[in-house]
Design a protein around this ligand. Structure first.
Ligand code: SAM
Length: 276
């Protein structure tokens, strides 16, 4: 079993580490026991210091973001989507831990090395998905649409898409290409939720230690978007962005320091949900 502790796959371990920490809290925002298993397996293989440098300043953020997207997906299935596609799924365990309506199918798309690590851990834990779950090992910079269709994705069904913590890792215009692909495969009634960073983050001294740590594990951020609403709107999506300083969103997890970082100047990143 290979461990994705270098390259973009390492970032999946970072998020799993934050979810494992959240899972240990009495007032946790979600229950994710598999996150502990992923972290334990990754730690057996490679030191994860760089991973920890990234996790610490972002821990609350990852927990809030996870819960936010859990709620968005719950709403999407309540509104009728029975097909869910998680792009850059990493060590996401929503297929196992959310209460999916009968007939829901979840596709997880990520690089082959991520699933080479993830699937044996899931199997060893004896975890059973709460929906039909299909993994699609492929590269989002290549022809991922064909791979998804071959795996049984039905473009005639309204789909709930999730692209959490992924777009900034894609090179060049690959983020545009992913959005174009999502749009092509989205039947009316589809939903899209995700996250992107703004260009400002690349020159922001507060973000520099994290960006350096990511570069040191071979996972630099490569792209950003300055106005997410315009970007989504140009492809026909109506959208709303989430403000993490909103108490309805942060569940009391934002510290004064987090609040200062988030509120200082123009946004560093976008959390969005959209509908077609
Ligand atoms: C920060 S992790 C987020 C994982 C997951 N969405 C979550 O929130 O737990 C970024 C993920 O994007 C995946 N990724 C980055 N570039 C990719 C590409 N070109 N093709 C497929 N997956 C990619 C990585 O392998 C990694 O799992």
């Amino acid at each position: 079993m290979r461990t994705p502790t270098a390259g973009v796959g390492a970032t999946a371990v970072v998020v799993a580490a934050a979810r494992a920490a959240e899972n240990r809290r009495a007032d946790r925002l979600f229950h994710d026991p598999l996150a502990e298993r992923f972290l334990a397996e990754a730690r057996k293989r490679t030191p994860v210091e760089a991973v920890e440098v990234v996790r610490h300043p972002m821990e609350h953020y990852f927990a809030i973001r996870t819960r936010y997207f859990d709620d968005v997906l719950r709403r999407a299935v309540a509104e009728g989507c029975r097909q869910v596609a998680v792009l850059g799924a990493g060590l996401d365990t929503r297929a196992f831990r959310l209460d999916w309506p009968i007939g829901t199918r979840v596709f997880e798309v990520d690089l082959p090395e991520v699933f080479a690590f993830k699937e044996p851990v899931v199997e060893a834990a004896g975890a059973e998905a709460a929906c039909a779950r299909t993994v699609v090992p492929t590269d989002l910079s290549a022809d991922w649409e064909a791979a998804l269709l071959r795996a049984g994705f039905d473009p005639g069904l309204p789909t709930a898409w999730l692209i959490e913590g992924v777009l900034c890792y894609l090179p060049g215009k690959a983020d545009d290409a992913v959005l174009a692909g999502v749009t092509r495969l989205s039947a009316p009634g589809s939903r899209l939720a995700g996250e992107h960073v703004s260009h400002r983050v690349f020159t922001d001294p507060v973000a520099r230690p994290m960006l350096d740590a990511l570069e040191s594990v071979g996972a630099p951020w490569l792209s950003g978007i300055d106005d997410i609403g315009t970007w989504l709107g140009a492809s026909g999506w109506e959208s709303a962005t989430a403000d993490l300083t909103d108490p309805a969103v942060h569940h009391g997890r934002i510290t004064p320091v987090d609040r200062e970082r988030i509120a200082a100047g123009p946004t560093r990143g976008w959390i969005f949900r959209a509908w077609n």
